[in-house]
Design a protein around this ligand. Sequence first.
Ligand code: GDG
Length: 458
Amino acid sequence: MKDLVVVSNRVSIPEAGRSQAGGLAMALNSALARHGGMWFGWNGEICHDTSPQPTQTRRNGITYATLPLNAEQHNDYYLGFSNEVLWPIFHFNLGAMKFHRHHAQVYYATNQHFAEQLSKLLTGDELIWVHDYHLIPLGEALRRQGSHAPMGFFLHIPFPSAELLRCIPGHRDLLASFFAYDLLGFQTPQDLETFCHAAIRILGAKRSDNVLRYGDQRLKLGIYPVGIDVDTLQREAQHSETKQAVRQLRTSLGGCALIAGADRLDYSKGLGERMLAFEHLLDDYPHYRRHVLYTQVASPSRSAITEYDDLRQQLESQAGHINGLHSDLDWVPVHYINKTYPRTALMGLFRAAQVGLVTPLRDGMNLVCKEFVAAQDSRDPGALVLSELAGAAHELEGALLVNPYDPHAIAEALDQALQMPHEERCRRHASMLASVRCNDLTRWWQRFLDDLGYAVSS
Ligand code: GDG
């Protein structure tokens, strides 16, 4: 069996006694534990070296080869081209794009540097799985280093239309670089179709079913919706009920219905529109005043980028405005929290909520809504209000789907969710839980690696 090499922009090495941060990290660790192998990427640090070198750490049979970024790479590759060009364009937000030719050059150079460093660690008998938009040209750079390994790429975020892609200077090269991989995975059928359309239209690629040919390169495409570890999250949510903080949260509700959201603080998550929607709920349905609370956790993210800092200030102002206008001495309607909580606390928050509010303006998948479903007590589940522009909307038919740009429509859906009869809540929740179980996290990585031609031992 070939060893597996996972490459992602960011790698967090598990530390003894500390719970693993994200579900996705747990999934990739479990894939690596099953196959043996290595996880390569940035360690989150910034250094002064011009050519940072990786260091290797072994944990539970997995090698973590991580390297720092230098200041230029951090500014131009990570903050610049990845997060001020690719992230906004791939989320259909042309207005947030800030292109600098030098950032694009450093993006390619950093991918080349990663490929050179990674190549030194490869034996030639591995299967390589590259993740996300920071590393699109990595496969091409590895091929230049002489790698013939089976190589797959998974895009966690949406793929933009050809017209938007064309706004990125150098988009032809970027698009062509996908063809260095053997398998390209997307979250939804729509992303796969927009990619094919762009490759055919811009590059003149030829399609036959889910295979694209460009010159002598052949690229297989597939759909792999990312899921969650349902059993673990259900256990955490149940267990959270014994925790004092969650008990205090329930007591503090004082009989009010709780609407809950928890997201990275990112303009793609539609947080401003959500605040407006909650304000419309209080204005248009005044009987909810003093009977409903909205708690929004917005965990800090990419704060070195101006748009993210502006959004933080905007949300503080919106929450302050709603509370200033609507609060009473014994009732504060919005709890806006700009910090990162342990995952168990989030699961406790979701379990205590009558409504999960997840309204990204665009999202590759969105795991929060799936986590909300897993956290519910199936005897008395909450309802989910979900953006129709999240990848997860393709799977969660039991959610109340809304257009995230329409705060009045979100307020109407909130009203419907708050009034939803018990029988309907149970029916919708059962359907969503079945779907979340069907496409769980293990199935995601197993299907991807199977399709990459790797025999996964069960
Ligand atoms: C990208 C794509 C795709 C949030 N606040 C806290 C916290 N979170 C956790 C959530 C969830 C994760 O962060 C966010 O995942 P999402 O899927 O919602 O969004 P992105 O971070 O944008 O992820 C997305 C995903 O990749 C996977 O392919 O679904 O579309 O954009 O797990 O629970 N976690 C903790 N504290 C917080 O305060 N511990």
